[in-house]
Ligand binder design. Sequence first.
Ligand code: ADP
Ligand code: GLC
Length: 480
Amino acid sequence: MKKILFVASEAVPFIKTGGLADVVGSLPKCFPKEYYDVRVIIPKYSMIKEQYTHQMRYVANFYMDLNWRQQYVGIFEMEYDGIKFYFIDNEEHFSGSQPYAGMPGDLEKFAFFSKAALSILPVIDFRPDIIHCHDWQTGLIPVYLKERFQGSEFYRGIKSIMTIHNLKFQGVWDVKTIKAITGLPDSFFTPDKLEYKKDGDYLKGGLVYADAITTVSKTYAEEIKTPFYGEGLDGLMFARAQSLRGIVNGIDYDEYNPETDVHISHKYNAKNFRKEKIKNKVALQEELGLEVNPKALMIGIVSRLTDQKGLDLIAYMMDELCQDAIQLVVLGTGDPKYENMFRHFAWKYGSKVSANIYYSEAMSHKIYASADAFLMPSLFEPCGLSQLMSLRYGTVPIVRETGGLKDTVEAYNEYEGTGTGFSFLNYNAHEMLGTIRYAERIYYDKKREWNKIIDRGMAQDFSWYSSAVQYQELYDWLAQ
Ligand code: ADP
Ligand code: GLC
């Protein structure tokens, strides 16, 4: 039996700001229980809903040295969907209204979390063969593990994996502050270790010290070796290319299933979507005050509203796009400039554009189920889960060919009758608009072809199955 420990800053259903939570909440369930004992550690944020905190069991507490003082570490545990979750409690760090509060506060929060995650292992009596770390918040774990903890018998030989979900965020701040917080001496802050352009960098530490590195699609694994996508770490990614692999994300096929989805008014499947899916669209048009017209091409967007997602291309083309026979339904929060942009166009084109500037699991499912197409013109996209959810719900993705979008959406080819969506290559607003208009033409003029695109999309398998097997191979190889 191999013991695997996931450590991350978010996991569904407890806390979610993006796709990281989906991955950490759904992947651990997908390993065969006879061979892998997979457990998960996340922070015990005070925003976690009572329905979950009520079920948590207190395990123990102790004090741990960090940043020149003794800090309280509480441990709670709970089993969810067959997986054991541990929650690290410390009100000072985890009581904000959001999991992330920005720098430099988050630096101490996640240094604390990383050191605590290692420190609780003897207390919970779980010695993992592998610690699987996710994103910059856990970047210090491989560092602490190799340089601090492996001196003691309990930790010796534990291997670590660093998975990059987004290279944009690295946890970078001045060396003096990071040294003080982490307790790591000068010798760690050299360009071959945690130093990044004279600053300290948590994720870089993780990428240097981890035994293996993965990221969430094959294309992104290649892209990050280049300056455009490398976020300053392309040299390191290139140097560690032998230890870096791309394993595409899956989604939870039980959670995202149009046949059983509790959030949608009309359930459907790959056989009856032609008749049933449209009923969801009408229900959503009514709910959001759009023109009720079952025929109108509805384009959905469910997204963090940040530069990553290509929203400046959309902003640039909104007026033109709204001259077409389309409806646009947006759900998202983030950068105020994009929130206000969508609010503005919803005001200007009230019957066509609906801007829902909030976070709602239920509304996201309704949009995946109701929209005809899903727009995701990302500047970069390590994997992207929304397009996978769209494919699962028979909603045709329109994407830019980057990262995981490129790997998971096959462009429609009308001559060969292949493809599951529409895509364009260059980060260019006119190219995007041209592609949307091509999709409009197929939708309005060649409905049978459009429906065949949906057939092919819904026949794809982006459950975790094959990706979990690739992680198993990596675990087995490392734990030999
Ligand atoms: P990222 O992790 O970069 O945000 P992904 O496509 O990997 O992008 O995952 C985004 C996840 O967050 C999806 O599950 C998507 O449905 C969800 N999501 C994003 N914004 C919202 C929102 N406002 N309300 C509900 N779910 C959202
Ligand atoms: C990040 C990426 C996204 C990916 C998700 C889960 O948030 O932006 O592309 O799907 O992590 O791996």
